[in-house]
Ligand binder design. Structure first.
Ligand SMILES: *Cc1c(COP(=O)(O)O)cnc(C)c1O
Length: 476
C-alpha cells in the first residue's frame, strides 16, 4: 500500500467507523452466527499475489461484520462494558500509525512520560492518596498476575525466581469466592497452585469476605508451617458485584504482613464519583489496585491501570536487564517493561489523555450516574413485575434477576431458555451467572451511547420473551 492509498483507505476506515456507530441499533447485539459458519467462508490458504483493497474491504463488510457481537451497541447489557469512546479510537489510530514500542523510556520517551502523568491523573480522579504510582497493563489479568508474582517473591525474600518453588514452604493466597477467574489463573501460572488459594466464605449485603474467617485461616496456616503471602480482595466482582470490606481486610493484611491486591477492574471507573467511593473505603491500605479504563470509562481496549504503593517490590520481581536493554547513564528514568510481564508494550496512555481531556471528569461522571440510575430503576420495575424476582440488588449498575417458572418446573433450565431466547431475539444482550448454585440473569448498563429508552426496551424485551415462554410451557 503506497502513501496515496494509505490516505484513501484511512479515510474510508474513518467513514466506516462513524457509520458503524450511527447504525448500530439496526444490528442484532449478539452475533447470530453458528460455530464454523464464518471459518467456512475464509480461503483455506493465503494468496500468492496481492489482492485489491476494494475486494479485501468488501469481504470485511460482507463476511466478518455479520459474525461480530457488537460491544458498542447501546443495548449491550451483557458481561461488563468494553467501551471505545470515539476519541480514544482516534488516539489508537495515531498510536497504530506510529507503531510505538514503549518498553523503555528511550524507546518512546513521550509515551513513558505521558504514562506516568496519566497514572497520576487517574489516581487523582479516583481520589487515591499520593504515594501510589503505577503502570498501564494490557489487562486486569496481567496486572493481577504481576501482583501475585510480587506477593510470592516478597514472601520468599525474592528467592522464587532464582531457585523455583521446589523445597519452599507452600505459599498461601486468600480470596473470596466472588473474585474473577483471573485470580485462579494467576495462582496457576505463578506456580503457587490452586490448592493454595484459600477461599474465604462471604457474608453480608455485598458478599464480602468474612474477615474473622480470613484472619483465622491466616493464623491456622502460619501454625501449620505454611507461608501466607497475600490477599486478593475485590470491589465489584464479575458475577454480581461482590465487594469486600477493604478497611477490615487491609487491617488483617497489615497485622500479618500480607500483600493486598484489590481487583476493581470494572467498578473502579465509578470511583470518579465521590458518592460511590464508600464501596472501596479503606482502599488506601492496598499495596496494588487494578482498574480497567477499557471497561466502563471508555478507553478503547486495551488499557488496564495498575496502581502500586511500592513499585520497587514489583520491579524487583519482574525486571530483567540484559545488556541490550540497559540504558546507561539515564538514572531516574522509568522503564515500564520492568513493571510488567511482557517486554513489548503498546502506547496506551495516549487514548487515556485524549479521553480525559475530551470528556472531562464531569462528562464521565454524568454518564456513569445515568447508568447506575437507569439500572436501579430497571431492577425496581422487574421486582414489581409478577413472576420475576431480584436475585442480587444493584451494585452500581449491575444486578441479577430470575423468572419463576410458571408451572413450578426447573428454574435453571427455564432461565437459561429465557436468556437464550432473549439473545436470539437480538434486540438486547444479557448473560447469566450462578448465585448460590442457582442460575440468575445478569443485567448491567454501561455503554456510552445507551439511553434510558434502551433500558426501557430491555424491560419490554425481557417481559415479552418471558410471556412467550409461559405460553409455550416449560420443557426441561
Ligand atoms: C473484567 C474483569 C477482569 C478481567 O479483566 P481483563 O482485563 O479482561 O483481564 C478481572 N476482574 C474483574 C472484577 C473484572 O470485571
Amino acid at each position: 500500500m503506497d502513501s496515496r492509498e494509505f490516505r484513501e483507505w484511512s479515510r474510508r476506515a474513518a467513514e466506516w467507523g462513524a457509520d458503524y456507530r450511527e447504525t448500530l441499533r439496526e444490528h442484532p447485539v449478539r452475533a447470530q452466527t453458528r460455530p464454523g459458519e464464518i471459518a467456512a467462508r475464509i480461503e483455506n490458504a493465503p494468496p500468492e499475489h496481492g489482492e485489491p483493497m476494494e475486494r479485501i474491504f468488501a469481504d470485511f463488510e460482507e463476511m466478518i461484520l455479520p459474525g461480530m457481537t457488537h460491544w458498542q451497541h447501546p443495548r449491550f447489557f451483557a458481561y461488563f462494558p468494553a467501551n471505545a469512546a470515539p476519541v480514544s479510537v482516534v488516539a489508537e489510530y495515531l498510536v497504530t500509525a506510529m507503531a510505538a514500542q514503549c518498553m523503555l523510556w528511550q524507546t518512546s520517551p513521550a509515551a513513558t512520560e505521558l504514562e506516568t502523568a496519566m497514572i497520576d491523573w487517574v489516581r487523582q480522579a479516583l481520589a487515591l492518596p499520593t504515594g501510589f504510582s503505577g503502570v498501564i497493563q494490557d489487562s486486569a489479568s496481567s496486572a493481577t498476575l504481576a501482583a501475585v508474582l510480587t506477593m510470592r517473591e516478597r514472601a520468599l525474600s525474592w528467592q522464587g525466581n532464582a531457585n523455583g518453588l521446589a523445597g519452599m514452604k507452600p505459599i498461601r493466597i486468600y480470596a473470596s469466592n466472588q473474585v474473577h477467574t483471573s485470580i485462579d489463573r494467576a495462582i496457576w501460572v505463578s506456580g503457587i497452585g490452586e490448592a493454595n488459594l484459600v477461599r474465604i466464605p462471604t457474608k453480608g449485603r455485598w458478599r464480602g469476605m468474612d474477615v474473622a474467617a480470613l484472619e483465622a485461616a491466616v493464623v491456622a496456616d502460619k501454625e501449620a508451617g505454611l507461608l501466607p503471602a497475600g490477599i486478593v480482595a475485590c470491589v465489584g466482582g464479575t458475577s454480581i458485584g461482590g465487594t469486600d470490606d477493604l478497611a477490615s481486610v487491609a487491617d488483617v493484611a497489615r497485622r500479618h504482613g500480607l500483600y493486598l491486591h484489590v481487583d476493581a477492574a470494572w467498578a473502579g471507573a465509578a470511583m470518579i464519583c465521590p458518592e460511590f467511593r464508600h464501596f472501596w473505603q479503606g482502599i488506601e491500605g492496598a499495596d496494588s489496585i487494578v482498574f480497567n479504563p477499557h471497561k466502563w470509562l471508555g478507553a478503547q481496549f486495551d488499557c488496564s491501570v495498575q496502581f502500586v504503593k511500592d513499585p520497587d517490590s514489583q520491579v524487583k520481581t519482574l525486571a530483567i536487564q540484559p545488556e541490550y536493554l540497559k540504558t546507561h547513564g539515564k538514572d531516574g528514568i522509568v522503564n515500564y517493561s520492568e513493571w510488567s510481564v511482557p517486554l513489548g508494550r503498546r502506547f496506551r496512555a495516549l487514548k487515556l489523555w485524549f479521553l480525559l481531556r475530551a470528556h472531562g471528569l464531569e462528562g464521565l461522571r454524568a454518564m456513569i450516574r445515568d447508568h447506575v440510575r437507569w439500572s436501579e430503576k430497571l431492577a425496581q420495575r422487574i421486582s414489581e413485575t409478577p413472576g420475576f424476582e431480584i436475585v442480587s440488588e444493584p451494585m452500581l449498575s449491575l444486578f441479577s434477576f430470575r423468572h419463576i417458572p410458571p408451572a413450578g418446573g426447573d428454574s435453571d433450565a427455564h432461565n437459561q431458555r429465557l436468556v437464550d431466547r432473549i439473545n436470539d431475539d437480538g434486540r438486547i444482550y444479557l448473560t447469566q451467572t450462578r448465585v448460590d448454585g442457582q442460575l440468575a440473569i445478569r443485567f448491567q448498563a454501561g455503554q456510552f451511547d445507551a439511553t434510558e429508552a434502551d433500558v426501557d426496551e430491555a424491560y419490554d424485551t425481557i417481559v415479552r420473551v418471558a410471556a412467550m415462554l409461559d405460553q409455550v410451557g416449560v420443557v426441561t
